[in-house]
Write a protein that binds this ligand. Structure first.
Ligand code: UN1
Length: 502
């Protein structure tokens, strides 16, 4: 009998009202069934909204520092269970154990940051135009937050959204990607335990609700629900745009973190070993399934050939396998659908006259046949107009493009509809600062890989990557709170702003 998991609505673990379920399997080994999860419907979303709305009226009145205390305990519990959570996350998502530990750690860091933010949540005051009058502004919660999260960071991304939402005084409904329902279940269990410990007899059911299922049914019901005030989504630009068209039309607040086609530039004066380490990590870490992944490498022509030679050698040495086994560098991709998409892009690349596939391009077969593995893949002689240089592949595929100058490198880097992460390797301080100024992206690394954002920094992108919001750090607290302006007149008379002072 495989383990059966449930939704969490109004403080209770429940099956879907329709009784339907789906299976979750290990992407490295399809015979490993992780569990059976509820395939939820609109009724389940309605129930979760009802519960979150009632809970909101109580949770918003809990002082923010106390809400922060809950997050402190959440962080402690995650830390205690870090290895177990990460092992299970590798089993469900595929990336190697060191990376899932990093994913869990990001959740812990986000929890401790949120805990401390409960004691800040700063507003500001400003002088009044009028005598004997005081002006203040502060943050107030918004209501029910609908969180729709992707498969590639099964712990970190839900925490990026849930923790600030809670500290600001909102209640939440989370729908994790149906490919990683177990990690989200563990997160919700931990948050609920912490709520009970910190709030004791004042425990409020329904502050956090979990509804498992598909985007088509559960996600759709959430984005169009008039009891949900805001939506935060991480995923593809196509889905994000659809969400915006539905939720935006209803005037919900919407935060979208979407695609990327990130590039690393290497200039002739760079430290080549560092640049090599970085591109291997950025392109093949998480098997290329990060929105920040390095999918383009822009090499100055004077170092191009020697760099490609070393890159090929190093990439060929990467060991594929089950991420919980020792000595594995690269895990599987998440699903058959994902494998098919990557294979399709390899064919598109091979159909280009000039582009040349120098390694990879296929499933490794053999012992790895039972999982969704794909060899680290590199195309050279790619030009900026090719589809493999423009479209997000979300797999271990790197396109190498040659350039003649820094200006050309930046122009190639910017020549994409996305603008999430970017990187330049150079030891020339002038080139580095010009790149910071001219690259159109939410994140630029100098002498670092395109991946690896830190939890307390603004995270997000420009152009088709985002819609102007940021996650991480205090920037995200703007998204999860409204401003309230308060005027206190202690003059004892009716003072009329703009009339009595001029
Ligand atoms: C994502 O892939 O959706 O900076 C976000 C990074 C990660 C963020 C990934 N922390 O690479």
């Amino acid at each position: 009998m495989s383990e059966k998991f449930r939704n969490f609505i109004n403080g209770e673990w429940l099956d879907s009202s329709g009784g339907e379920t789906f299976e979750n399997r290990n992407p490295a080994d399809n015979s490993d069934l992780i569990g059976i999860f509820p395939s939820s419907n609109k009724q389940d979303v309605d129930d979760a909204v009802k519960s979150a709305r009632v809970a909101f009226e109580k949770w918003r009145l809990i002082p923010a520092p106390k809400r922060g205390d809950v997050l402190k305990v959440v962080g402690d519990k995650m830390l205690e269970r870090k290895d177990e959570i990460s092992f299970e996350m590798t089993r469900e998502m595929g990336k190697v154990f060191a990376e899932t530990k990093g994913d869990t750690q990001e959740g812990i860091d986000t929890a401790y940051y949120a805990a401390s933010e409960g004691r800040r949540l700063f507003g500001y005051n400003a002088p009044s135009e009028l005598p004997n009058k005081m002006n203040l502004s502060f943050r107030v919660p918004i209501g029910v937050a609908g969180l729709i999260t992707p498969f590639n960071f099964p712990m970190a991304i839900p925490t990026w959204k849930m923790f600030p939402a809670l500290v600001c005084g909102n209640t939440v409904i989370i729908k994790p990607a149906e490919l990683v329902p177990k990690t989200a279940t563990t997160l919700v269990e931990i948050v609920d335990e912490a709520m009970k410990e910190v709030l004791g007899k004042d425990y409020i059911p329904g502050v956090v609700n979990l509804v498992q299922g598909t985007g088509e049914i559960v996600g759709e019901a959430m984005i169009s629900h008039d009891g949900i005030d805001l939506i935060s989504f991480t995923g593809s630009s196509e889905v994000g745009s659809h969400i915006n068209s539905v939720a935006g039309k209803m005037l919900k607040r919407v935060s979208l973190e979407m695609g990327g086609k990130n590039a690393q530039i290497v200039m002739p004066d760079a430290n080549m070993e560092l640049a090599l380490d970085a591109v291997l990590w950025g392109a093949f870490g998480t098997t290329g399934q990060r929105c920040t992944a390095t999918s383009r490498l822009i090499l100055h022509e004077s170092i191009h050939d020697s760099f490609v030679l070393k890159l090929k050698e190093r990439a060929q040495a990467l060991r594929l396998g089950y991420g919980n086994d020792d000595n594995v560098d690269v895990g599987p991709v998440i699903s058959q659908e994902s494998l098919d998409k990557i294979q399709k892009y390899v064919s598109i690349g091979q159909e280009e006259d000039k582009a040349e596939l120098i390694i990879g391009g296929k499933h490794p077969g053999g012992d790895l046949s039972k999982g969704f593995f794909f060899e680290p893949t590199i195309f050279v002689n790619v030009t900026r107009d090719m589809r493999i240089a423009r479209e997000e592949i979300f797999g271990p595929v790197l396109s190498v493009i040659k350039c003649k100058s820094l200006d050309e490198a930046i122009s190639i880097l910017n020549d994409t509809k996305y603008g999430l992460s970017s990187s330049i390797f150079t030891n020339d301080v002038n080139d580095a600062f010009r790149a910071v100024r001219d690259i159109k992206a939410g994140i630029t690394y100098i002498n670092g890989a395109t991946i690896g954002a830190e939890a307390h920094m603004p995270f997000g992108g420009v152009k088709a990557t985002g819609n102007g919001h940021r996650e991480g750090g205090w920037t995200v607290y703007d998204f999860y709170s409204e401003w309230k302006a308060v005027y206190v007149d202690y003059s004892g008379k009716l003072q009329r702003a703009q009339i009595d002072n001029y």
